[in-house]
Write a protein that binds this ligand. Sequence first.
Ligand code: S6P
Ligand code: ZN
Length: 210
Amino acid sequence: MQGNVIFNVDAKLSTMNMSKLPKLFQVELDRRTGIPRRYKRKLVRRLSDLRGFFSDNKMVGQMLERGKNPIIYEVYEIPQAPSEGLFSLACTVLRPGKIGREYYFTKGHFHAKEPASEVYVGLKGRGMLLLQNREGKIAHLPLEAGNVVYVPPQWAHRAINTGRGKLVFLAVYPSSAGHDYGSIKKSGFAKLVVERGGKPALISSRSLKR
Ligand code: S6P
Ligand code: ZN
């Protein structure tokens, strides 16, 4: 089989030495859930972690007071050391649901080290990627099973689940990109995605902010 190389190297993610170059690896995605069978770290984002992000702050406060703190999303990360030329991988599982009329979403961020672009591969479900640049220009693209979205440098990005099932996607990004959550938390996205007549609609965030 000369000239026909098949890589099937065990990832050994838990023992990966971050100070060295990464080894060859492959990771299977669970066919039913889309979640990688091996990952290094799992992040869980609950409603309490998204305080101040949803437009209906009052409803968030009331839910938390009543002890309702649902998981909004989970991120399964396969990170690499923050060196030039390396990529990290992360699979996000964004649950279906709404706070008031607003669909569940990820916090959203700029990359701290710019320029750093990113690729999102839709694995399950239906949703949208909302993007906003530093000048406040806004854009949105479908993010769903079977599509790929390219996020150019200097665009903040937020995934929104507008479907009935989980929205699952894989992100590939430079390992040195980092996250700037502060800018988005402070200014917010100019648009919100809400349910209107059973369908997702984009509206100005000023029209709903409470
Ligand atoms: C990382 C990439 C994703 C998000 C994840 C959660 O650059 O964009 O892995 O981190 O979807 O979103 P957020 O906005 O809470 O980091
Ligand atoms: Zn990102």
